[in-house]
Design a protein around this ligand. Structure first.
Ligand SMILES: Nc1ncnc2c1ncn2[C@@H]1O[C@H](COP(=O)(O)OP(=O)(O)OP(=O)(O)O)[C@@H](O)[C@H]1O
Length: 556
């Protein structure tokens, strides 16, 4: 860049030299000499400019790449609390659009922000050197230019800032529309959603048009100021020349320097006008990068080596962030290898909340959750996640093959192990029908039924070797027969027998043969025991049984 600026600043001086000493005096050999020099400087300037653009593009793209990886790595370590703080759609905009803003401004800064001040000072100095008498023109043209730039930026900057939030809104509505497209159709809300999107789209477009209109004004206004300056230089320069107080070459050089001075201001203005938008983007990225995950490994994690696997909830209270009431109160139970704990309760009673505490998605308020005898907060988070195999309420599959999806918990799983897990999960038949382990899984498992997705998610958890297997309402999408078969095979499996199994369910039939049943009501443990004990003594359990008998579900 410095080579480019020096070459550019040198050219007008050579021009004045060639005119004054070559053209005016008719010295052809001098013209050739200076002419070659000028060609040399021009080539140098072009080469330097190309190198500058290449390097600036490379550095700014690398910056973008690093920012995107940093954000992704950070977000992957977020706990549920952090996900609640930043919208998913906003996270996507931040990783894409916001990073591009920073990239663009970095590119511009590398090309112009440093070049403009050097050029400004150099050109001003050299212009003054060429003609003291014409320098007063700057006293008028620079303030006029600055006022124009100031006015344009004053209008454009707030609009530039608004651009980012409007992009967020557009993405949010679009994303909600995409994910909820079936619900939207079923409830015939197409028009409402279309209108909502149109509003966001129009808002964004109007803002863009306004910004671009203002920016479009900038160019002619600046050209006007430049042309005015040129006219003034020629007008007053001509008078000086005719009175023989200035040489023609000096006037030409002065004119070029004047353009360079004004161009520097314009470059600075251009970078400045992009800065507010980029600084808004930077703040949004920084917000994500600065978020501290509330779930972290301790400085010195405990080395857990238990011969028998166990899961203990020791008088646990839990409260969601900013919630007034505890979502779980005084939950206390223990289970060891080979035992199945079942959790039953009405909707919103806290079942999912309870099992989210096992892999430490949230931290308890009081008490402790212990796996294999050690408090989960004292364990390395990664190591803890290794010990828990979770089947969430909503089965999530990833694009790829069935084999890819099932190897998620154990990278080196053999096909035999996978088929064994599929067998227990009652999935062998439909997987074979689909074409085996290489069958394609579409985005979100869209080419499988809800029950099939659920069973594949169960199989994925079974492939993993864990201390605790957690099934969150995973059997509800299965019919009674499949549900019973799956659970009996689960009980018979040698590896599962050495682990603790936690099952969340709505149906009495699913929980009846568990070693320990927990009855949850409004976040409290209102019953704890076997099916026979609870059936005899627990009112809430009896009520659940009665309601299901009435519906003809539980034949017990
Ligand atoms: N992220 C959250 N922030 C605040 N409150 C929450 C959050 N998630 C759940 N809750 C509240 O905690 C309570 C228990 O919810 P939970 O999802 O554990 O119930 P559940 O028994 O699993 O219900 P279901 O059978 O319908 O899945 C509910 O009152 C719910 O409103």
């Amino acid at each position: 860049m410095i080579i480019q600026v020096v070459a550019n600043l040198n050219l007008p001086s050579l021009t004045s030299d060639i005119v004054n000493n070559g053209v005016a005096k008719g010295d052809i050999s001098y013209i050739w000499k200076i002419g070659f020099e000028m060609i040399g400087f021009s080539l140098l300037s072009v080469a330097a400019a190309i190198a500058n653009v290449l390097l600036a593009a490379r550095s700014s793209q690398k910056l973008g790449q690093n920012l995107r990886s940093d954000i992704y790595r950070k977000v992957m370590n977020f706990s549920n609390d952090e996900f609640n703080q930043v919208e998913t759609s906003s996270l996507i905009t931040r990783t894409t659009n916001d990073v591009v803003q920073i990239q663009n401004v970095a590119m511009m800064a590398l090309r112009m922000m440093i070049m403009a001040p050097i050029m400004l000072i150099g050109a001003s100095f050299l212009a003054y050197n060429k003609s003291h008498q014409l320098s007063w023109i700057f006293v008028i043209s620079i303030p006029v230019l600055l006022i124009c730039i100031g006015l344009i930026m004053g209008f454009a900057i707030p609009l530039f800032r608004a651009m980012q939030t409007k992009t967020d809104r557009l993405n949010l509505v679009f994303r909600e529309g995409l994910t909820g497209v079936r619900v939207i159709r079923a409830f015939r809300q197409d028009k409402f959603e279309q209108d909502r999107f149109e509003d966001a789209n129009q808002d964004y477009t109007k803002n863009s048009i306004k910004v671009n209109t203002i920016v479009a004004f900038a160019f002619p206004v600046m050209t006007l100021v430049m042309s005015g300056t040129n006219v003034a230089i020629v007008w007053f320069g001509a008078q000086l020349i005719s009175s023989q107080t200035m040489q023609v070459g000096n006037m030409i050089a002065f004119m070029t320097y004047a353009m360079q001075v004004l161009m520097s201001f314009m470059m600075l203005a251009m970078v400045m006008s992009f800065l507010p938008r980029a600084s808004a983007s930077a703040a949004r990225i920084q917000e994500v990068l600065a978020l501290k995950s509330s779930i972290n490994s301790p400085a010195q994690p405990e080395n857990v080596k238990a011969d028998t696997k166990s899961l203990v909830f020791d008088h646990v209270d839990f409260r969601y962030q900013q919630a007034e009431q505890t979502a779980l109160t005084d939950i206390d139970f223990a289970a060891t290898a080979g035992q199945t704990v079942a959790i039953i309760g009405g909707t919103g009673s806290g079942k999912t909340t309870l099992i989210n505490l096992i892999p430490r998605f949230f931290d308890v308020e009081n008490g402790a959750v212990k796996i294999n005898g050690s408090d989960v907060r004292q364990q390395d988070v990664q190591a803890l996640h290794e010990e828990v195999a979770l089947v969430p309420q909503k089965a999530t599959l990833f694009t790829g093959t069935i084999r890819d999806n099932l190897k998620f918990g154990k990278e080196d799983a053999t096909d035999d192990e996978i088929w064994q897990a599929l067998d227990i999960a009652q999935s062998t038949d439909f997987v074979k029908e689909e074409g085996g382990l290489d069958a394609h899984v579409e985005q979100g498992g869209g080419n499988f039924s809800g029950g099939q997705r659920q069973r594949l998610a169960i199989a994925r958890a079974l492939v993993k070797h864990a201390s605790v297997y957690v099934f969150d309402d995973s059997f509800s999408a299965l019919d009674f027969k499949t549900d019973a078969l799956l659970r009996s095979q689960l009980r018979a499996d040698k590896r599962i027998q050495q682990s603790v199994v936690v099952i969340v369910a709505q149906r009495i039939a699913t929980v009846a043969d568990a070693d320990l049943i927990l009855v949850l009501d409004n976040g409290k443990l209102v019953g704890k025991g076997t099916h026979a004990e609870l059936k005899a003594t627990n009112k809430v359990y009896q009520e659940i049984m009665r309601s299901q008998l009435r519906e003809g579900e539980a034949e017990l």
